[in-house]
Write a protein that binds this ligand. Sequence first.
Ligand code: ATP
Length: 447
Amino acid sequence: MTKPRALIVDDEPDIRELLAITLERMNLEVTAAATLETAIHALRSGSFDLCLTDMRLPDGDGLDLVQWIQTHAPQTPVAVITAHGNVETAVRALKLGAFDFISKPLDIAALRKLITATLKLGESSPKNGQPPRIKLSGQSRAMEQLREMIARVARSQAPVHIYGESGTGKELVAHLIHDAGVRRDGPFVPVNCGAIPSELMESELFGHKKGSFTGAIADKQGLIQSAEGGTLFLDEIADLPLHMQVKLLRVIQEKRVRPVGESKEIPIDVRILSATHKNLAAQVADGKFREDLFYRINVIEIRVPPLRERREDIDELVQSILARLAPQIGNDALHLTEAARRALRDYHFPGNVRELENVLERAATLCVNDAIDVGDLQLRPKVTQTDTSISSTVAPGEPLGDALEDIERDAIVRALEQTRYNKTKAAELLGMTFRSLRYRIKKLGIE
Ligand SMILES: Nc1ncnc2c1ncn2[C@@H]1O[C@H](COP(=O)(O)OP(=O)(O)OP(=O)(O)O)[C@@H](O)[C@H]1O
């Protein structure tokens, strides 16, 4: 079997030797270059399975080489060696298409992991030609572009930030990036940053040592470490408290974690994907999100469009959701009437694909004779100014207090349904705090 070929580019002979020995021990055939020019010459005269380049070269810099490779040898994955703590360069390299980066002083174990991951890029995906575990439905141009983007970012280790309205499929996209990439055999660990109480956040994410605080009765591994070799998906990252943002930044920069109560740091090999339905740039402008962390997690950005911007996908989504529901409810003859189809195509879907799933699930249990009709869908009219105008809903003689409570109850129930009973998101939608929503829910007897 032919050995994979690696090109290493560094002007320091000691580093070249260290890299060459490490890679040769991993059974790679190594070509070494000390300058940008010799590296380009080598790339022109043969093909390589990977390239590892230092940033500072006597006749140019590593970024030039990353760019050259993207244009002339895009099939060759390239990783860069950056000076310790030089995040800016690492981010620029990743944005230009580098697969990953490693900082000096070189940690041999980390280097080996990086090389192994890079070589996996050449393997066919998914594993053993199996069909993908999950699928993105829809043939609209927007979905096609999303699929292309997923395939592209799956070839890199760069942090990706996914944004879009609630229920558009951000977590699904994160999962697909994981499944299509070299980490697909490792774990995919989703974490909802908005759902972990602030005081437990550090121990949940970083883990803790036994006895480090009251209640820490045993050592506990954190979520970040449990994603070792795989992907950590930080959902609702905008909800991460500021003190945790600082700690997360360190994790990303240093690729190390320190569990609570532990004296030493543990190296980690985790790809970080994140998502939010909020405007993270606006959160930065408001001082609610650290700019340095924003810059670090947002190396590549993916927007998932709302369903109303790709109505042509609705029919296919309906088909795949009904096909999934059929075995659950023991009915594979379920279908939509033409009027119901039209109603769905015209609907504004504030809760996006998740709302479509909920609508169909409810309709499937309500409908008679296997045919889902408009009435079974129970679509909610668009909320307009007049919908909430009191005068139109208070009947003459009705006590004002009761009428107001009805309006409030209705608005809260609607917000809860739209957000799939996520109170944090429902509170946001209603423009009130989580605490006051919880209070109103109790007072109005909604639960
Ligand atoms: N294009 C799609 N094809 C098939 N299913 C989809 C698609 N988009 C979304 N879904 C489904 O819709 C539901 C909501 O998706 P997901 O949880 O990924 O949304 P989200 O944007 O992460 O939501 P939130 O912001 O509330 O966390 C899931 O069940 C998901 O599988």
